[in-house]
Design a protein around this ligand. Sequence first.
Ligand SMILES: O=c1ccn([C@@H]2O[C@H](COP(=O)(O)OP(=O)(O)O[C@H]3OC[C@@H](O)[C@H](O)[C@H]3O)[C@@H](O)[C@H]2O)c(=O)[nH]1
Length: 480
Amino acid sequence: MHKAYSVFYIINRSPLTIISEEISISIANNDSNNNSSKNRNLEVTENLTGPNNSKINSTIRTERDNTEEDLTLKRNEWFWDTNSEQIFAQDGKTIIAVGHASVKSIVPLELLRHIYLPQQPHDRIFDSTTRTISYLQPRSHLPVKSLQQGEKKRILVTGGAGFVGSHLVDRLMLMGHEVIVLDNFFTGRKNNLAHWISHPNFELIRHDVVDPFLIEVDQIYHLACPASPPHYQYNPIKTVKTSVMGTINMLGLAKRVKARFLLTSTSGMYNYYDYNFYIYISTQVYGDPEEHPQAETYWGHVNPIGPRACYDEGKRVAETLTYAYMHQDNVDVRVARIFNTFGPRMNENDGRVVSNFIMQALKGEELTIYGDGLQTRSFQYVHDLVDGMILLMNTDYMEPVNLGNPDEYTIREFAELIRSEVNSSCKIKSLPAPTDDPKKRRPDISRAEQILGWKPRWPVKQGIGETVKYFQRQMEAGLI
Ligand SMILES: O=c1ccn([C@@H]2O[C@H](COP(=O)(O)OP(=O)(O)O[C@H]3OC[C@@H](O)[C@H](O)[C@H]3O)[C@@H](O)[C@H]2O)c(=O)[nH]1
């Protein structure tokens, strides 16, 4: 007796149609002489509907030599209309895709969510009763765009196993490029990229950028550097080396293989020097901005011996090197100045305010406000940042560009937002302000808007919603 199988469609308004089916068939041995060893052919034909009502027929054949068993075949088919340029749903505000058509980086949000918000981790199953983890081999990869040889680029991402880096890798892979990741896993995590392991377009290499690395590539996104204050203050000498030696090695590689090079600096501001360069200094050490918001021409003042100087001065020298290689050796450079960014895959214990507040709220702990909480930050969602970096890499503009969300909050307001979104019963605890903690920060993104046609699309609340779900899934899966 064959039980009819049920097929259910999840049809999104997005340029993506996910057809997920569960075919459950119980096979009874209807062989009269009860010969249980007899092989039985099972054949199921499916009539599926893809995008634009395309008909997809497929047949599943399998040989079963069991007599009585429930056979469940689970298959996901992703039908991605790669020509779609639809970003918002019919309501004009629900985001259903990310990216920009101008650089062919549009990817359906559902496809990305399947990666960073899976029902369970791609590479492991955690058993809470036995406290064991079973590691899985990926059975299949998500569909990636099929590019013509001339379109397909070899792209190196240093720090690609990190929070921002892994989202950049997802997007570049889905866009159909060949991606190589260098990471020393000081803060990066392999399971941020588990879903791409063994994909023909992907390579993950354990390598510390303070040592040279040779590889033929077309583009280099240089993200390798511990980014959260606790992480980069853990070993200040190593932090400086990563920014200085790592950037020298990657710029040297870009020069050698004639690759386009993009440096990710961190949010903050820069000093203006008489040779008309904007040397960007990281927020981590600069004092309080006399000008607000910060544009790419803003002056600042630096504490070169503060507890954050290792990160700040390292980033500043990284920019000095970037423009020196541009002028001296004609390296094709881009510089993205990144303001506070948040999203899934943030390290739950990296000590930054977004991950701290969400984890504290999920655990019912007090939210820890450093100082009086009147200091301000502006928070951009990781998908907007990745959009901006890919746009910047693929335009011809070589001056530094701010990538951030001008939506500014005091830390106290942000704590209230997290309480309202996650757990209103949480109390708030005040702790001393860290040394050199900037009192305010908001990007002027007019250059990005004019040059790149970029501005953030994700409201902070919508990003917080996904980030909370990510941390909840991580906790449920026993990963944190
Ligand atoms: O638990 C916390 C954590 C942080 N904070 C405060 O929240 C504000 C933001 O702190 P974060 O560490 O999240 O971020 P910061 O603005 O200090 O640096 C951030 O932006 C610049 C980037 O270079 C850094 O990588 C990033 O950490 C600071 O004023 C900090 O003192 C809290 O009040 N409570």
